[in-house]
Design a protein around this ligand. Structure first.
Ligand SMILES: N[C@@H](CCC(=O)N[C@@H](CS)C(=O)NCC(=O)O)C(=O)O
Length: 206
């Protein structure tokens, strides 16, 4: 049995981020399929993923990635320098806050995961159209989201952008972000992305 157990689901973007981190660092893990409603007591906030490592139980993907990066050898997910590490945190948070609170909420409505009032659905789409160009501008002058090397920030962004082509309105936004497209193509070629492709892609609600 692998020492690291990831409790979550393959279509979950945050679960994929944690799995990506394990693949990038070469950490062996076992995925324990767990729905948000089943994750308590590992995460009392009832969100996936959570991990266990021996007696340690951890939830919140950022804390999990930080732990994996510090506790295990392998390529660093945060750069060494104070400035570079802060930039990585900045872009990771921008994904988890500005992008997730727009695009992921829109996807949840379109995939029928959550009942979202109609006026909010449009607001989430408008907000997505507002924030994606900011990521595109950053990627215009940097190979990766937080600079010239792959960092945790890329591992947060990739699972979210991965769903854009499957939703016509989000595909239209992605199509006007050429630098995100160039970055996404490069990310798609990584073995970590291929190994964590969701088993079942969610379908659009009628
Ligand atoms: N801040 C959490 C967010 C995790 C999260 O939102 N997970 C989603 C699935 S991708 C979830 O469990 N949603 C269920 C819910 O919000 O009730 C983290 O970084 O791990």
């Amino acid at each position: 049995m692998a020492a690291i157990r990831i409790h979550g689901l393959t279509p979950s973007t945050f679960t994929r981020t944690v799995r990506l981190a394990c693949h990038e660092k070469g950490i062996d893990y076992e995925l324990v399929p767990t729905f948000p409603g089943q994750i308590d007591p590992l995460n009392p906030f009832r969100k996936i993923p959570a991990i266990t490592h021996g007696d340690l139980v951890l939830f919140e993907s950022t804390a999990i990635l930080r732990y994996l990066d510090r506790a295990f050898p392998g390529p660093k997910l945060w750069p060494e320098g104070a400035v570079e590490a802060a930039i990585c945190d900045q872009w990771s948070s921008a994904v988890c806050d500005s992008l997730v609170n727009a695009a992921l909420r829109y996807m949840a409505a379109r995939f029928g995961f959550l009942p979202v009032p109609a006026e909010m659905v449009q607001k989430y789409l408008d907000k997505t159209a507002e924030v994606v160009p900011i990521f595109d501008l950053q990627l215009a002058s940097h190979r990766y989201l937080a600079g010239d090397q792959l960092t945790a920030a890329d591992l947060f962004l990739a699972p979210v952008l991965f769903y854009f082509p499957g939703i016509p309105e989000l595909k239209a936004i992605a199509d006007s972000a050429p630098n995100c497209a160039r970055w996404a193509r490069e990310m798609a070629g990584r073995p970590s992305m291929q190994a964590t492709e969701p088993a079942d892609k969610p379908r659009l609600a009628a």
